[in-house]
Design a protein around this ligand. Structure first.
Ligand code: NAP
Length: 323
């Protein structure tokens, strides 16, 4: 039986692995991939689609998202963490030991679990968005921005992600139009200022995208509707980037740990979920801060919480050891 299994390999999962490794819990990290539901849990998490991370302490010149993940992974390996390129597809938290089904159908047993499965980008939910997905529609400027050199692109949203994506896209696009459904941004002032002062960025306020138009092969325009007077106009563009928030990867845990009404994992103080021995860290349980550093901090906390429980299990003979 494992002492701790960590599901997810972003900053929360990797930090949990570093701490659990140093605590000699021999953590196994399920890094991610496609679940049988078709959902993707990205290996390395959202940092893999982030260009420059400027606010992670210890990197005064910044660091790319993938490099940060790789460094954390190396650090976890140094302390004995085992990384598996696999997913956990099903869970059974009804008793001890906790049971987890891997991507190839095997069930494994563990004393504790740290859920660090993160969150994925949200979509608007219109049909044309899926029709043109990866043919002009994207939720990742870092991944796809370079495909749209010298074309006009739209970015949907009014949060920090939208500002970040719009600013990043100016490297390639001839022009970037931010499409926001209100006339006020929820993004932080510094990021709004940076975006709005860029000569290549303009804003369509009070506008929503009704439809994404194309020639079946690629996006050629979007139909924008005013949320003030309902008027409609077509804007020629080569791509539409969604930056409207995220959904937590909690589907497989739905009937096994308590979730909040917004779908994020509910924590009963610290990192404990409603199931004994199951802890959660990072964006899967945090809709508020959503930073690499806060996810890493929660990963540390979850590993310490798991360690305490393992010690208790060992001391009482529940788990082989000093019992
Ligand atoms: P967010 O703050 O939730 O913003 C989502 C934006 O999308 C909002 O402006 C929202 O409009 C709009 N929106 C939502 N659903 C929509 C829909 N169906 N159609 C049109 N617009 C829609 O999400 P986020 O920007 O991804 O940021 C999430 C968190 O990550 C925040 O805490 C943010 O500070 C953090 N973050 C930080 C950085 C950084 O510091 N470098 C970078 C990225 C993200 P309304 O405003 O009208 O609700």
């Amino acid at each position: 039986m494992h002492k701790v299994v960590i599901i997810g390999s972003g900053p929360a999962g990797q930090t949990a692995a570093i701490y659990a490794g140093r605590a000699r819990l021999e953590p196994v990290v399920f890094e991610g991939g496609f679940l049988s539901t078709g959902d993707l849990m990205t290996t390395g998490g959202q940092l893999m689609i982030t260009s420059e991370v400027e606010n992670f302490p210890g990197f005064p010149q910044g660091v790319t998202g993938p490099e940060l993940v790789e460094r954390c992974r190396e650090q976890a390996k140094r302390f004995g963490a085992v990384h598996r390129e696999d997913v956990i597809d099903e869970v059974d938290f009804s008793g001890f030991p906790l049971r987890l089904k891997t991507g190839n159908g095997d069930w494994l047993e563990t004393a504790t679990v740290i859920i660090a499965t993160g969150a994925n980008a949200k979509w608007m939910g219109i049909e044309s968005e899926q029709r043109y997905l990866n043919r002009g529609v994207s939720a990742c400027a870092t991944c796809d921005g370079a495909f749209y050199k010298d074309v006009h692109v739209l970015v949907v949203g009014g949060g920090d992600s939208a500002m970040e994506e719009a600013t990043f896209l100016t490297r390639y696009a001839s022009h970037v139009t931010l499409v926001h459904r209100r006339d006020q941004f929820r993004a932080s002032k510094i990021m709004v200022d940076r975006a709005l002062k860029h000569p290549k960025i303009s804003v369509a306020y009070n506008a929503v995208i009704d439809e994404i138009l194309g020639d079946d092969k690629k996006v050629t325009a979007a139909r924008l509707r005013s949320s003030v007077d309902g008027s409609v106009r077509e804007v020629a563009c080569g791509a539409v980037f969604m930056a409207i928030g995220h959904d937590p990867n909690t589907k497989i845990f739905r009937d096994h740990v308590e979730l909040r009404p917004d779908g994020y994992i509910k924590l009963n103080g610290w990192t404990q979920t409603s199931a004994k021995g199951v802890f959660a860290a990072g964006d899967v349980a945090d809709s508020r801060y959503r930073q690499a550093i806060s996810a890493a901090g929660m990963g540390c906390m979850a590993a310490i919480d798991a360690e305490k429980l393992v010690e208790e299990y060992e001391a009482t003979g529940v788990l082989g050891g000093h019992g």
